[in-house]
Design a protein around this ligand. Structure first.
Ligand code: GTP
Ligand code: MG
Length: 136
């Protein structure tokens, strides 16, 4: 099975949506949350995590938003969990995301799109090391 990194972004925490979102993850058959922590992300961590977006117009406001208030960071394990969490989350733009997805149900603003989930096996491996360096 697979392992992926999930971040419930500061908007999800501030709006009281973490129970709702974690509930959707828990209800997927065979998936397990194996780490979970409320954590205010520092800029160094975020710069490493979002390195692919350096230079884009949304990069600086994204780092400001993500570092300003606590997130919930999780490791989720299970069958096809990397693809599965991207499906649960929905597309990046919440207005384009279908109802039934997390972004489609709760989001309107592209930056404040509630959740991050690793987008490939390579990303998952890289991101898990950034956020949970002690993980075996
Ligand atoms: P993550 O799971 O957070 O990585 O989202 P993603 O993979 O769906 O999107 P991507 O990696 O392309 O962008 C990372 C984050 O930057 C997004 O989740 C948004 O919060 C933000 N973002 C991406 N594109 C835009 C954009 O065009 N405008 C704005 N304002 N924010 C953006
Ligand atoms: Mg991404």
């Amino acid at each position: 099975s697979q392992r992926t990194l999930v971040i419930l972004k500061p908007d999800a925490v501030a709006r009281g949506l973490i129970g709702e979102i974690i509930g959707r993850i828990e209800r997927k058959a065979g998936w397990t949350i194996t780490a979970i922590e409320l954590r205010t992300l520092d800029r160094d961590t975020l710069q490493t995590h979002y390195a692919e977006h350096v230079g884009r117009p949304f990069y600086a406001p994204l780092l400001d938003f993500m570092s300003a208030a606590p997130s919930v960071v999780l490791v989720v394990e299970g069958e096809r969990v990397i693809e599965g969490l991207r499906t649960l989350a929905g597309p990046t733009d919440p207005i384009a995301a279908a109802p039934g997805s997390i972004r489609g149900d709760f989001g309107t603003i592209v930056r404040e799109n509630l959740i991050h989930a690793s987008d490939s096996e390579e990303s998952a491996e890289r991101e898990l090391k950034i956020f949970f360096p002690g993980l075996v």
